[in-house]
Design a protein around this ligand. Structure first.
Ligand SMILES: NC(=O)c1ccc[n+]([C@@H]2O[C@H](COP(=O)([O-])OP(=O)(O)OC[C@H]3O[C@@H](n4cnc5c(N)ncnc54)[C@H](OP(=O)(O)O)[C@@H]3O)[C@@H](O)[C@H]2O)c1
Length: 387
């Protein structure tokens, strides 16, 4: 398919799918457009978890009889199996859809290709692969979750050009409430983009050190709707989390059960005090090396809770633990044109670090983004579609 008009219709399906950020997880983002036999758009659909009905079914319903002889443009393969809803392929065939133009196959290896197979067997023309790169990126979290049973992990940080995420803690000048102890690294437009990223994730994860130094709220302030609240995950072996932190106070006020603390050796009395206030606490075995809960075990637990994506927002100790665990899928590193210098400033990742250039984490498929004077590097440490 090289038709420019057709590519636009597929692009529209992708845009519709993106409107479901915050509303589809733990299922994939899907947008559908049906063009009637005369080429005009006769129906569109967006999948949301609460709405249940798949995008192609909503598009068929909107199109009615005009779907007959038409073409479906969709970012993901229609499913041929009975899930929460009946197979979409049956409905497409019954409605007389003549062609299906899809960007990619279902990333779930258990069902991948079956939808296309069933459509072809019924005489429907099927074309796959147009705008595939965009479509694969859109559902990278779903792919990682459904293929490996792990959340897709983005490691995000804001730093100076010399790789510092904060000034020396002891010397940091106190800032206004709601700002990090040492001041914001990046500008407002970069920080607004972080809110968009939070919106696209099911959970955020930080270490106790960041709570103690910056007193952050860690909420999704994109202003867009989401089905489940953004889960705020704190790594805090000994429950040092202050009761009067903004995070705890907001959790008590909102009672949304959206703060989950992982500890390993917490005082039982403090634990039950937090739990009475509505803070979820889970105890995991302490890793032998450092007495802290293991990041792999934490991520597996989050997957059990149907968390498909996690954005790690530091600080330095947690960033290193994430890199060392080899469980980071993507980095999204924001840089401000500033130089902090000084040996006491906080580096992006602390710990032992990798000992040789040949062992350094290799970032692939790199993209650069501009945010006014700031910029960001986005790239992959592993392939969410890999084995
Ligand atoms: N610019 C940015 O993007 C950004 C973002 C966040 C933070 N920061 C800065 O980073 C600094 C804080 O960094 P930090 O290194 O002190 O704190 P951190 O990485 O946020 O938290 C580290 C603490 O988390 C706990 N922890 C529990 N399980 C862990 C595990 N598996 N691996 C690692 N840590 C685990 C440990 O305390 P226990 O041993 O008591 O459990 C550890 O001391 C602050 O200056 C803050 O401003 C900057």
């Amino acid at each position: 398919m090289a038709d420019h008009g057709e590519e636009q219709l597929l692009q529209r399906a992708l845009e519709l799918a993106r409107q479901a950020f915050g509303l589809a997880s733990p299922n994939p983002y899907v947008g559908a457009v049906i063009a009637g036999a005369d080429g005009n758009v006769v129906g569109t659909g967006i999948y949301t978890y609460t709405g249940r009905k798949h995008a192609e079914i909503l598009a068929l319903e909107a199109a009615g009889e005009k779907a007959r002889g038409g073409t479906l443009y969709i970012n993901l393969e229609p499913h041929a199996h009975q899930g929460r809803t009946p197979p979409c392929t049956d409905a497409l065939i019954a409605a007389g859809i003549h062609r299906v133009v899809a960007s990619m196959a279902d990333p779930n290896p258990k069902v991948s290709g079956r939808g296309f197979q069933q459509l072809r067997a019924a005489g429907v023309q099927v074309e796959v692969g147009q705008l595939e790169e965009q479509a694969r990126q859109l559902n990278e979290a779903f792919a990682r979750y459904i293929r490996q049973g792990m959340p897709f992990v983005t490691l995000k940080a804001a730093m100076t050009l010399d790789g510092k995420i904060a000034p020396p803690p002891a010397e940091a000048l106190a800032g206004a409430e709601g700002t990090p102890a040492g001041g914001w690294v990046t500008s407002e437009i970069a920080r607004a983009h972080v809110q968009e990223q939070r919106h696209q994730n099911d959970a955020l994860l930080v270490g106790a050190g960041t709570i103690l130094s910056d007193n952050p709220l860690l909420t999704d302030r994109s202003g867009r709707p989401r089905r489940r609240p953004l889960l705020r995950v704190i790594l805090d072996s000994r429950l040092r989390l202050p009761l009067d932190s903004r995070l705890v106070e907001s959790a008590i006020k909102d009672q949304k059960s959206d703060v989950l603390v992982f500890c390993s050796s917490a005082d039982p009395a403090k634990k039950s005090q937090f739990e009475r206030l509505g803070i979820r606490i889970e105890t995991l075995p302490a890793a032998e090396a450092d007495g802290r809960p293991d990041l792999g075990a934490i991520l597996r637990r989050l997957a059990e809770l149907e968390i498909t994506s996690v954005m790690i927002e530091g600080g330095a100790a947690v960033n290193w633990a994430a890199l060392a665990s080899n469980l980071v899928d993507k980095v999204f590193l924001y840089y401000a044109p500033k130089i902090l210098a000084g040996t006491g400033s906080i580096p992006f990742a602390a710990g032992t670090g990798f000992r040789h250039m040949s062992q350094a984490a290799q970032v692939k498929n790199v993209h650069l983004h501009r945010f006014g004077e700031d910029f960001a590097v986005e790239g992959y440490l592993r392939d969410p579609y890999g084995e």
